[in-house]
Design a protein around this ligand. Structure first.
Ligand code: ATP
Length: 288
């Protein structure tokens, strides 16, 4: 009878769910109790709503999927340090309340994005795919206003870099997930809002702020995040490009659940376990 023995070649193979950022990401249930999935590889997501509405819960759900995806790299910008802080060990970069460091990392991402576009153009392609061997670099920002609200040249550069990343990153495998508790035109101008393929409005205090997240006119058509009770944290209206808003309840991960997943994610990402195919463009510095 054959016995199972670990061969030396299997020593570096991670054991785990083997998720991919190209897979649908489970984020909760809809009002009929059906599971809700989003696909982030080619879309950005904006979450807005008043403090305590549950935006960080959604970001943590996405961070968990990204951390468990062996084809994903994480870049985290967290002005409060504690919202995404538990994923630090799985992230390539974790930026706290430091605008200079945030600008450095966004400039670097812009270079990676430009390199990926040059590679796509050289290969007559329009977007990266799961077969390219390039990792999806998921950028999570909690909270946009923290880096952009005050007036100054650094803040202006932050807004310009974020806008460029949101506009061009998705085809290059660099989706952006950003949250704000200040859904107002100065933080999310329409031209920026419309670049987010997914928008989630958590409880808002005015129909106007709900519209700023979801899109103009939805509140008047009966889709207003002012309807969400303050006690119903994690409830939101989610709209996907070209669709109509649907009411969802985000799956909530407690601190200890996040700690467990983050610990496991850091383990499957330990040095030497995540590799890219030898001939992949990553070797040319595309994923630097
Ligand atoms: N999906 C959910 N189900 C149940 N409770 C939730 C859910 N999401 C959030 N909560 C509760 O609401 C609290 C606040 O949530 P969260 O920190 O995600 O809000 P937020 O919108 O990110 O707030 P802020 O803008 O201040 O960062 C959580 O500590 C939790 O107790």
């Amino acid at each position: 009878m054959a016995t199972a023995t670990a061969s030396p070649s299997s020593a570096g193979v991670p054991v785990g769910p083997g998720l991919s950022m190209f897979d649908p990401i489970f984020i909760g249930i809809d009002e009929f109790g059906q599971p809700v999935y989003i696909t982030l590889a080619y879309r950005n997501l904006l979450a807005g709503g008043e403090p305590g509405g549950g935006k960080s819960g959604l970001l943590n759900c996405i961070a968990a999927h990204a951390a468990l995806s062996v084809d994903s790299r994480l870049v985290l910008l967290d002005g409060k340090l504690v919202e995404l802080g538990q994923w630090e060990d799985s992230a390539d970069a974790f930026i706290g309340p430091d605008i200079t460091a945030a600008l450095d990392v966004l400039r670097r991402l812009q270079v990676v994005m430009n390199n990926r576009y040059a590679w796509l153009r050289a290969h007559n392609r329009r977007k990266v795919t799961a077969l390219d061997g390039l990792s999806v670099i998921t950028v999570l920002v909690d909270e946009i206003a923290f880096y952009s609200a005050t007036v100054g040249s650094k803040q202006e550069e932050f807004v310009a870099l974020l806008r460029d990343l949101v506009a061009r990153g998705r085809a290059a495998g660099i989706p952006v997930v950003a949250a704000t508790q200040r859904p107002s035109f100065d933080i999310i101008p329409t031209s920026l809002r419309d670049l987010f393929g997914y928008r989630a409005a958590f409880r808002c205090t005015t129909p106007n702020s709900s519209n700023i997240v979801l899109g103009h006119g939805w509140a008047e058509q009966g889709y207003s995040a002012t309807d969400i009770a303050p006690t119903n944290q994690g409830a939101a209206y989610l709209i996907a490009e070209g669709g109509i808003p649907r009411r969802i309840k985000v799956a909530y991960l407690s601190d200890s659940q996040i700690a467990g997943i983050a610990d496991y994610a850091a383990w499957i990402r330990r040095p030497g376990t995540i590799t890219t195919p030898p001939s992949s463009p990553a070797d040319w510095g595309m994923a630097a």
